[in-house]
Design a protein around this ligand. Structure first.
Ligand code: F6P
Length: 319
């Protein structure tokens, strides 16, 4: 392989830049030309493609977001869109691409590979919801952003003796809520993967109040439902004051943690090795701190599972 491309797609995540840097530098190290495809699959279809040099990725390892920009493309879900993309790649003489993103991005990479164009996926999403890898790039940074917010909210919750409902990202995955709730000492964690009863949430708060607890933190994954509604239900059942904090997109920004930078560097470089070895339709990941690769289709056919033993632990520790 003499020319490869790299793109970032879907929701951005801190560490994507470190992954782009690793792809570019690893490829150039092996005398392979690298092309940046801007704005994800949108830019692929319209030919927003530019050759990258060693210096193109200088000074980005510590920056959040993605220098290649990102997008969610409806058109690329169609066969016509995918063929347009392949046409552009052939025009530039690109023989394989590295796709950095989440499950939607993997679907695009799967389609391109099925049409005969080699792709390798690198898991970049704060949601940590790609089957086959213990961690995705950006999760650790997002988690630390949430912890910082919880710690600050805890201070004011204590001063005012209030119950805070903190909504974090994750439409279908509860990893951010679960890990942040456990690390932030939340009294209750609500995630889409585990059923809950509002009566239980309320009676847990009640028990806490009876033994003199003056404030509480409840962490809710956005996929569970509205934090505002949960707050209202608590206020109408108990005589306590609640406040809601929806953390939103601050969770997607910021300088990546050392963990995310190292993970991104390892995974980005491994993706290039796979393309060099003629492997296609593969995704890279990390399991028990070892780099692994598996078929993208296999990953997409599996359901991401949260570690429910951690959920049980959080319940026991916040008794
Ligand atoms: O997939 C990452 C993610 O941040 C999810 O946690 C969230 O539900 C979604 O993206 C938000 O997407 P957007 O930025 O397009 O509103």
């Amino acid at each position: 392989m003499k020319k490869i491309g790299v793109l970032t797609s879907g929701g951005d995540s801190p560490g994507m830049n470190a992954a782009v840097r690793a792809v570019v530098r690893k490829a150039i190290y092996h005398n392979i030309e690298v092309y940046g495809i801007y704005q994800g699959y949108t830019g692929l279809m319209t030919g927003q493609i530019k050759k990258l040099e060693l210096g193109s990725v200088g000074d980005i390892i510590h920056r959040g977001g993605t220098v290649l920009y990102s997008a969610r493309s409806e058109e690329f879900k169609t066969e016509e869109g995918q063929k347009k993309g392949i046409e552009q790649l052939r025009k530039f003489g690109i023989e394989g691409i590295v796709v950095i993103g989440g499950d939607g991005s993997y679907r695009g990479a799967e389609k391109l590979t099925q049409h005969g164009f080699p792709c390798v996926g690198v898991p970049g999403t704060i949601d940590n919801d790609i089957p086959g890898t213990d961690f995705t790039i950006g999760f650790d940074t997002a988690l630390n952003t949430v912890i910082d917010a919880i710690d600050k909210i805890r201070d004011t919750a204590t001063s005012h003796e209030r119950t805070y409902i903190i909504e974090v990202m994750g439409r279908h995955a509860g990893d951010i809520a679960l890990w942040a709730g456990l690390a932030g000492g939340a009294e209750t964690i609500l995630i889409p993967e585990a059923d809950y009863k509002m009566e239980e949430v309320i009676s847990r708060l009640e028990r806490g109040h009876e033994r003199g607890k003056r404030h509480s933190i409840i962490v809710v994954a956005e996929g569970v439902g509205s934090a505002v509604d949960i707050g209202k239900q608590i206020e109408s059942s108990l005589n306590i004051e609640t406040r809601v904090s929806i953390l939103g997109h601050i969770q997607r920004g910021g300088s990546p943690t050392a963990f995310d930078r190292v993970l991104a560097s390892r995974l980005g470089a491994r993706a290039v090795e796979l393309l060099m070895a003629g492997k296609e339709g593969r995704a890279v990941g990390i399991q028990s701190n070892k780099l692994v690769d598996f078929s993208i289709s296999e990953a997409l056919s599996q359901k991401h599972e949260v570690d429910l033993s951690m959920y049980q632990l959080s319940t026991e520790l916040s008794i």
